[in-house]
Design a protein around this ligand. Sequence first.
Ligand SMILES: N[C@@H](CCC(=O)N[C@@H](CS)C(=O)NCC(=O)O)C(=O)O
Length: 293
Amino acid sequence: MAARHIATKAMKPHLYYMSAWFCPFAHRATLALEHHSSHLTWEWIEALGWEKRRATDESLQTEHENWYHFKAPELMKHNPLGMVPTLVSEATFTGDASKGPAKPPVRESLVAIEFVDELVGGGDVPIMPSCPYERAKMRVAADVVNKKVCSKYYHVLVRQDPREQREGFEALVAGLDEFGSQLDGGPFYGGRSTPGLVDYALFPWAHRLPVFVHYRGEQYAIPKNTPGLKAYHEWLAAMHALPKVRKTCPPWDDYLAHIGRYADGSARSKVANAVRDGRDAHQYDDVKDDTSH
Ligand SMILES: N[C@@H](CCC(=O)N[C@@H](CS)C(=O)NCC(=O)O)C(=O)O
C-alpha cells in the first residue's frame, strides 16, 4: 500500500512555466496553476525583461529610444514566437526520455487555463464545468470578455489621443457591465461557487484596472452606477477574498512602473504595436508586430 502511495505522488505532473511577473496573460495561467497546486508542481522561469534601445530595423524609422522585451533562451527554444505564458512538460524541457515522450509546448493563456484543468483531471474543484454545453458557453464568454474588456485595457493606455482613450474606456466599462449582468447572483461567473474559466480570464485585468486612475485621472475609475457594474465590483471583491488568487497578484508599485511604458506609448510589444497601429490587442500579428528588431 505504502509503495503504491509513493508511486502516485511521484506521478504528479511537473511543468516548466515560462512567465513574466507583470504579464496579465501569464497571470491567467498562474491562477490555474495555483487553483490546482495540490495536484501538480511547476518551475517558474522569468522569461521576459525590458531594455531601452532604438529600433535596429531602419524601416521602422524610430528616432528615439523605446522599451523592448528581451527574452529568455528557454522561451525562444520552446516557443519561437517568444510569448508568455508558455508551459512545457518535464520530459520536453529536460530532454529526459525517462520522464515520458516529448510533448508540444502549451501556449495561449485561455488554452493554458483549460490545459492545466485537464492535466489534473479537474482536481478536487474543476475550473471547467462537466456539462459540454456549459463548457461551450464558458469558452464563448471567456472570448467575449477577452475582446470587450482585456483588449480595451491597452486602448486606454497605448493610444495617446485623449478622445480615443475615453472611447476605449467606455467600451471596456460596457464589457464589464455585460459581464456583471451574467454573474447570475454570483459570487462567480454563471452563479458558480468557485472560479471558472471566465473568472480567471478576466481577473488579471480587473485587478490592474486601477492603473487608469493613476495614469489617466479620477474620471477613469470604474463606475458602480448600473446593476451589472455593482455586480462586477462584488465579483472583484469575492475574487480578491480568495487567498489562492491574492497570492498571484504582482507588487502594485512595481506594476505601476512597468505599465507606465504602455501609458506613455514607449512599450514595443506585439500587443502594444497592434494597438498603436489602430487594431485591437487580440488582433496582434506575430510577424508584423514582432518586437525582435
Ligand atoms: N494571446 C497571447 C498573448 C500573450 C502576450 O501578449 N504576452 C506578452 C507579455 S504580457 C508577451 O509575451 N509579449 C512578448 C512580445 O510581445 O514580444 C495569450 O493569450 O497568451
